[in-house]
Each structure stands twice: as structure tokens, then as C-alpha cells.
Design a protein around this ligand. Sequence first.
Ligand code: MN
Length: 240
Amino acid sequence: MSGLDTIDEAAIQRLRKIGGEDLINELTAIFLKNTPGRIQAAREAIRSGDVNQVMLVAHSLKSSCANLGARHMQQIAAETEKIAMNGDAAPLPGLVEKLDESFRSVRESLQRRVTQSPHRPRILVVEDNADNRLLVRALLQPLYEISEYENGTDALAGISSQSPDLVLLDISLPGMDGYAVLGAIRANPSMADIPVIALTAHAMTGDRDKIIASGFNDYISKPIDDEQILLDSIARLLKT
Ligand code: MN
């Protein structure tokens, strides 16, 4: 096999759905950190004739490769595991060197992925209702990095530490309500320009005018019957 081992994009897509770009980056970092030590452990186990240990190491490598979609290396690890399980020591040194070679390619692919991956905008969701948070997360996670907060005080701390690209802010919150949170955002020069969309069940005539007049950039009423309205509003505000 020549050239770089590529990463199976379907595996990456799955990870993105589960935990966004953060999960992909953390798994990549763990894989890059742990794999050289595992390969070294396999070499040492071969030297000391511990075929069972080679099998265990190959098994761990196999699942780590599967998580990240490193298919070629995963196959070599599976083959190594199987041969070690059969107690056949002779092919193991060659297989471990193949694993090492494959790892170097995978490492290059992963590092290239990380540097090429586009910036995914971060959206901070402030909503006290767990059902609504779950729904909003399901809608937004394929496209954005999401941070969630249940109240205004925690959200303000989150905004200053994470500098999100946009905030989705519920109006009725325990403690500080959405207007008070917005006021604090607009009063702080480092956060003042962040687009903020009001998320509210108060779908009453006049509310929209009041909300926009208070400085929100847009208004989405709950329940979210048409998710495209929310997605379009976010996309439009992120562009400006
Ligand atoms: Mn609420």
C-alpha cells in the first residue's frame, strides 16, 4: 500500500454528530499521544515472547483506529490481534512494523485534517427548559459548536470565556431574564457586538417589536415549528 492512509469521512461525520469538532479534536489528540507508546509496548512484548500482550495491544489499537476511521491501520491491527490470538509469533514483528508505518500515514492525514478543518461557528444557547435545549442542540449540532447554559449568570460567564459567534437567548429564565442578560452583553464592550437571537414562548402581538427594540438581532418563537426559520436567521446573522 502506497501513499497516505486516508481517514474514512463517514467515521468523522459520525463523531461530529455525537460531539462536534471538539470530540474529533480530543480523540485525535489522544490517538496521536497514545499510539506510539502502544506500538512500542507491542515491540517489547514480542521481544519478551508475550504473545498475549501483543494481542491486547493490537485489540486496543483496533478500536481506537475504528473510532477515528483509520481503516487500513484498523485492518492491520485486526490481523495482528487474530494472529497473536492463534499464538503464532513468527509474523508479529513484521505486522507491528506495518502498524508503525501505517500510523505515520494516519498521523499525517489527521494532522492535515485538523489544520484544514474550517472554523465552525460557536453558538451559545441559554435556555432553562431541558427539552428545548435538547431540540435546539439536535438542530444545530450538525453545523455549529454548541455551548448550553440554564441561566443568565452562567451564560454571561460562558460568553466572556468562549467568545461565541452568536447567542440564542431565552427570555423567561430563572433569576436574570433574557432582557437583563442582553443588557449585560450590550454593556460589555468585548461582547457588545455578538448577534443575539431571542428565543421565547411569548408569541404575543407587540412582543416582537419590544424584543427588537431592546436590542435583540432577531426573534424566534417557541415551540420551533419550522426549524428553517431558526437556521436561516442564524446563517444570516453570522454573515454580517
Ligand atoms: Mn424559559
